[in-house]
Design a protein around this ligand. Sequence first.
Ligand code: NAD
Ligand code: UDP
Length: 340
Amino acid sequence: MNDKILVTGGSGYIGSHTTLALLQAGYDVVVLDNLSNSSAESLERLECICGIMPEFVKGDVRDRDLLDKIFTDHNIRAVLHFAGLKAVGESTQQPLDYYSNNVLGTVTLCQAMANANVLNLVFSSSATVYGDTTQMPLREDIPTSTPTNPYGRSKLMVEEILQDLAKSDPRWSIALLRYFNPVGAHQSGLIGEDPNGPPNNLLPYISQVAIGQLKQLSVFGSDYPTQDGTGVRDYIHVQDLAEGHLSALKAISLKPGINIWNLGTGIGYSVLEMIRAFELASGRTISYCVVDRRAGDIAECWASASKAENDLGWTAKRGLTEMVSDAWRWQEKNPNGYRR
Ligand code: NAD
Ligand code: UDP
């Protein structure tokens, strides 16, 4: 019998790509998602790509009775926990929603896992837990510092809760995966990022300008101490990220305790470099204007990717051209995302 994995938030952007990678690697998958920021259409598209649909349970990760039922009905070996809210700006307007979904959601999940004796967990953390340090590249042993917004603080809180949990009971095996900037889409163009309303993140914004849904990109600041004055980030192809989860899942089954891994490429690109790469891939001109810096943004941020490489044997394989070409293919084939 195949190992069965529970994927919370599995119909979302990163969750759907990781569910696909799990199915293709022979795992059985149960997806739990309340569809607050995604569409179940993404799971149907997985069937078009790999011929298998994961089992889907529509529900909330804070619903303890539902979690207990899932663990009773299925022989779950491990949980990949993506479910949560992720918009930095919105988190400052609705902090309680962020603490409820992200922190309470994780605590409820862990309680249900402990009750079911399922003690392998992979958690979606973020480079935001490094705060505004300027020590690049960011290594996992740099002390975390308090992020500037409720979203980031919820991620750091969960990291700390999970560290306490692992200390309290050595049978837990937990991976804290600190993502850098996930971009791109599966090369089929069938699944991808489908933001609700105007995107907050750079690449979906550029894509929507390219397709003509948005007029102009605002470049947030050109006076940073970087090569061209615009912000630099470590963009990582979502399929590389998905593969990183599979590697982490395998590693924690042999490595109890807390394991922290950056999932990034180790390479930073500026906003202007991203625009140029997208223009080349799409053959479209991206109209942009430079505006003031966005509050809370840092000048540059990229990962040290060597711990994941040493411990997991995983590195990101896809470069910038593949990231922007795949993002564009998804956008062109699905101008309205999953809404037909
Ligand atoms: P996403 O919004 O596409 O996916 C999250 C999924 O969780 C959605 O399908 C949503 O419907 C679901 N969800 C939200 N709250 C839920 C709840 N209470 N119960 C059940 N389902 C719930 O986001 P994503 O980009 O795929 O991000 C996945 C995870 O990775 C999130 O935890 C996010 O914070 C983290 N992360 C994302 C990024 C990024 O840039 N995309 C960067 C770092 C970390
Ligand atoms: N950015 C921008 N215009 C936008 C969105 C983002 O200039 O409409 C810049 C932002 O200032 C940062 C980079 O693009 O330098 C990546 O931003 P994003 O929001 O995608 O990721 P994060 O800030 O979380 O790293």
